[in-house]
Design a protein around this ligand. Structure first.
Ligand code: GLN
Length: 378
């Protein structure tokens, strides 16, 4: 059949996790925790199931959950979000991102995308007839060169896709980036797709520069979040999109004929669980410890680190250890040394290979210990 994505293969996360399973490797490739989610949240979900919350929830999401989200966003970012008209519960962050692009893009519309880019963005844009205008992040800082962005804007530019903390690099947007962004979106009347699924995974006391903090930016933005990343339950595929009322109304037109509504028991449980401020405020410290634990262990190896300011990923140079491409190196490492990672070139359309791979440190200490025992042999 003639497909809409003829040139797209299987996502690198599926490929590397399957390879890790096949070779019984320690899987530091695809991003997901290997430890349990919070007991309280499990119990709340069981209660919801037992209490009969097993039918469709409203199309936009369980209202008490949307109210809890609004309270949380107010607590963190100091902004009043209307739970009725500005929040939609989605089956995961990726779905919210896809729906935002689908809601907005007309054939030929250009979207600014920074590479390395999370691998769903460009296919999402192209399936909607949009054109991804790819701009490389500066290497090795992985920061945005705003002059380059300005140079790439055309009358067809409709949207800019942002991701902070950034997957796969762990870079973050700073206040100076926000200032540049404000000028640019105003001057060229651009919309924003902001992927903030790692909002709480930010370290060293850096503030998360959520688009929601800035009224002028938020009025142009679809901002996407994930419960899976925050509460260690990626398998739940639960998230939400915050956007101004007119955007949300259009977003829901797409959503209602796609997924319609999300898993009710989890929404009922999360509505209650989100009221626990400590639960979300402690995530940054929890993951910073893991980042530091992994980084300390990795000092025993010959891999050279790049900084991780956020997300649960850390990049390492391997190019002084091997002549292989990053893809071949990742496969070799998985098969021969039993540790799976992700080649960063997979996040570029025209594979740019800087000799770096991504490791996920959202793992038990014993898993990280075992992985590094293997990596020291290189
Ligand atoms: N976001 C996860 C990662 O970067 C993977 C999600 C997925 O496999 N679709 O590893």
């Amino acid at each position: 059949i003639t497909s809409k994505l003829p040139n797209v293969g299987t996502t690198i996360f599926t490929v590397m996790s399957a390879l890790a399973a096949e070779h019984k490797a320690i899987n530091l490739s695809q991003g997901f925790p290997d430890f349990d989610m919070p007991d309280d949240l499990v119990n709340l979900t069981c209660e919801a199931l037992q209490n009969g919350y097993n039918q469709y929830s409203p199309m936009a999401g369980w209202m008490p959950l949307r109210e809890s989200i609004a309270a949380k966003v107010h607590d963190l970012y100091g902004v009043e979000i209307n739970p009725d008209s500005e929040i939609t519960i989605t089956p995961g962050g990726t779905y919210g991102i896809y729906t935002a692009f689908t809601t907005v893009l007309q054939p030929g519309d250009e979207v600014i995308v920074f590479e390395p880019a999370y691998d769903s963005y460009i296919p999402n844009i192209e399936i909607n007839g949009g054109v991804a205008v790819r701009i490389p992040l500066e290497f090795p800082t992985y920061r945005i060169n705003w002059e380059l962005v300005r140079a790439k804007i055309t009358p067809r530019t409709r949207m800019i896709a942002l991701n902070t903390p950034h997957n796969p690099t762990g870079s973050i947007l700073r206040a100076s980036d926000i200032e540049q962004l404000r000028q640019l979106v105003e001057e060229f009347d651009l919309l924003i797709m902001s992927d903030e699924v790692y909002e709480h995974l930010i370290y060293d006391e850096e503030p998360h520069q959520s688009i929601l903090r800035y009224e002028d930016l938020r009025q142009r933005a679809f901002v996407n979040f994930s419960f899976g990343k925050v509460y260690h339950c990626t398998g739940w595929k639960m998230g939400y999109c915050i956007a101004p009322p007119a955007f949300t109304a259009e977003f829901r037109k797409v959503h209602q004929f796609n997924c319609f509504s999300c898993y009710t028991p989890a929404q009922v449980a999360l509505a209650e669980y989100l009221k626990n401020k400590e639960a979300y405020r402690s995530i940054s410290g929890f993951y910073q410890k893991k980042r530091d634990y992994f980084a300390e262990l990795m000092k025993q190896t010959r891999f050279k680190p790049l900084p991780s300011y956020g997300s649960y990923f850390q990049l390492y140079y391997f190019d002084h250890l091997s002549d292989l491409s990053d893809k071949d190196f990742s496969i070799w490492l998985t098969k021969e040394h039993g540790v799976a990672c992700i080649p960063v070139s997979a996040f570029y359309q025209e594979a740019i290979d800087n000799g770096v791979v991504r490791f996920c440190f959202a793992k038990k200490e014993e898993t990280l210990d075992k992985a590094v025992e293997r990596l020291v042999k290189l």
